[in-house]
Design a protein. Sequence first.
Length: 277
Amino acid sequence: MVWFLANIQKFSPNRKISNDPPTAIEELKMTQAQKVFFIGGADAEMKEIVRALMERGESFIDAGLGWGASVESYKDEIDTALAAGDQPVLIELAGASEIAGAIDVDHHGSRSGEPASIIQVLSLLGIESSRKQLLIAANDSGFIPGMVAAGDSAAEIAEIRALDRATQGITPEQEAQAVEVIESRKVDGRLTVVSLTHSKTATVTDRLFGEYDQLIVLSGDGEVNFFGDGELCSHLQEKFQGWNGGSGLGKHRESAFWGGYPDHQEVEDFILNFLKN
């Protein structure tokens, strides 16, 4: 865990934490409070957020979490920051909306229409986005279609996707295995089905971009990921829970994603039935 706490002497266990809504005076104090940033699951966007925070000398805590990270991983540190009068900034952490006095930064699920998390953080810091940061934001919000829509070049897209995969900890062995299973993929109508031993789906989606209509990746660890129709991604969330996101979430014939751990065959059948209608 990485700590950058400029005013550590401010942390006091004797200060009380209230769950009551803040008064107008308290809200004014909050805008003046030192912000402490809590880092979510690792990817290219989160790596660039950390770099920007370090460059500005901002206080942050990074526990090296993976996707699906929640505030529970930082419970004690968040309580300590609040007790010290500081304002936690919770970046892509499940449960953040329930923490009174904190800033909840996210752009997934029901918030998919909001700017990418990196843009939100830079706005809080009063920093104008660089070209690379805009590329990373487009990638995180809309994957390759998002970068294409933003006018990014093929070379820029390849660079950002390679950075994202590396940040996720994808190994050469996992890359090689994806190349192998892509060759034996199954196509059932509009749906392309890929069976993968691991769940690093970027090894598949990056290579198959533009070559499928709807894609489901079935992983050996039980995970299932779907990439395709935004309306269908919302229905999958309602039916099987899990996670979803993307700029086209909830919108018919627009691009989004969904993932979870339900029965593989049940999910595949559900998708095929939707696509027939």
